[in-house]
Design a protein around this ligand. Structure first.
Ligand code: SF4
Ligand code: SF4
Length: 336
């Protein structure tokens, strides 16, 4: 275990940033989101939920894939370079850290996504335990311990100190020059976090029946109609979600060529995967059902029971209509 006074954090950030890009939760225009650190930025380690999750560090909202330049009858093809420089993402919470495992299953499965794979290889993840879990948090339902976040380095704020433990070689390299500390320095903090987590309102959701065995039963449940009635199809829930991984590939005509890029997409949108014959999900009920069936039934069925929700609670606080996955679990799960 290593330690660092919180007063010295900016100096530590400066040392990291001299060698590689540092991404941290930064306050800009009253909102806290992960962004590139510089001395002039305000880092907010006290804010639990960034507006968008940390997934953008590995799966950006928009990224170029290839450019086609037309010169007469010739076309020059320039594929975008994959990430080739190391970077650090600091202050990732346990829920977002788990989301990287889920995204790995999608993007690192055959065929491997080269853009994502390169970012994963070059990124060092520093996680931070949640000293003050919020009422909308329910990560413990998915086996996530907010007191023991994963990552290359796990960190805990105890009083005016930051304690850091390396979990991987990358992590060891990052913190090797910091002062040594007792291995159990964060134990009391961990106990306190777990005591709060157990008392949270959604700490014990009943996920019984969300498995491959009950797939058609869940699919055909009449409750979907009422659950989705107020859905606007705005996609906010998918854009703030750390585990949503759908994207669209589009072409932009730059005048003398085409810039092909990909950008996050949402199964809540009416034109999602639109084809010449129309769409497979013509109503919002079907789109809404798809989002939650994927997280609670399809994904775990194909991924050793791993749910595609990490209980970050962002959709609980951001949906303009007050719809969310907790309401779905309560309406369709073992408690119904
Ligand atoms: S569930 Fe809420 S956030 Fe998601 S698309 Fe519907 S209205 Fe928007
Ligand atoms: S479904 Fe909601 S609570 Fe679950 S990971 Fe996504 S945003 Fe977080």
């Amino acid at each position: 275990m290593k330690k660092l006074s919180l007063n010295a954090l900016n100096r530590f950030f400066g040392e990291i940033a001299e060698k590689q890009t540092l991404i941290a939760p930064i306050e800009r225009a009253g909102q806290v989101d992960f962004g590139v650190w510089s001395e002039s930025e305000t880092v907010r380690l006290d804010v639990l939920k960034t507006v968008k999750s940390a997934k953008g560090a590995f799966f950006p909202q928009v990224e170029d894939m290839v450019r086609f330049h037309m010169q007469g009858k010739n076309i020059e093809i320039n594929p975008s370079e994959v990430m080739n420089e190391d970077f650090v993402i600091f202050g990732v919470r346990a829920c977002d850290a788990r989301s990287f495992d889920l995204l790995d299953r999608v993007f690192l499965s055959d065929p491997v996504d080269p853009f994502y794979a390169a970012r994963r290889a070059h990124g060092t993840v520093v996680t931070l335990a949640c000293n003050e879990p919020e009422e909308t948090c329910f990560c413990s339902n998915f086996g996530i311990d907010a007191a023991e976040p994963a990552g290359d380095v796990s960190a805990w704020i105890v009083g005016e100190e930051l304690y850091l433990r390396a979990n991987t070689e990358k992590g060891e390299t990052l913190i090797k020059d910091l002062e040594d500390a007792a291995e159990d320095a964060a134990e009391e903090t961990k106990k306190a976090i777990r005591a709060v987590t157990e008392q949270l309102p959604f700490a014990s959701l009943n996920l019984e029946g969300f498995d491959g065995e009950h797939l058609m039963e869940k699919f055909n449940d009449p409750a979907w109609a009422e659950l989705s009635r107020a859905c606007l199809g705005c996609g906010t829930c998918t854009f703030v979600c750390p585990t949503c991984q759908c994207y669209d590939v589009r072409d932009f005509d730059s005048g003398n060529g085409i810039q092909r890029y990909r950008c996050w997409d949402s199964c809540m949108f009416s034109d999602f995967t639109l084809m010449a014959h129309g769409t497979n999900r013509p109503t919002q009920v079907e789109r809404f059902r798809q989002r939650f069936m994927h997280k609670l039934v399809y994904f775990p069925s194909n991924n050793d029971g791993l749910y595609s929700c990490v209980g970050c609670g962002r959709c609980l606080s951001k949906c303009p209509q007050g719809l969310n996955i907790v309401k779905v679990i309560k309406a369709l799960g073992g408690d119904k």
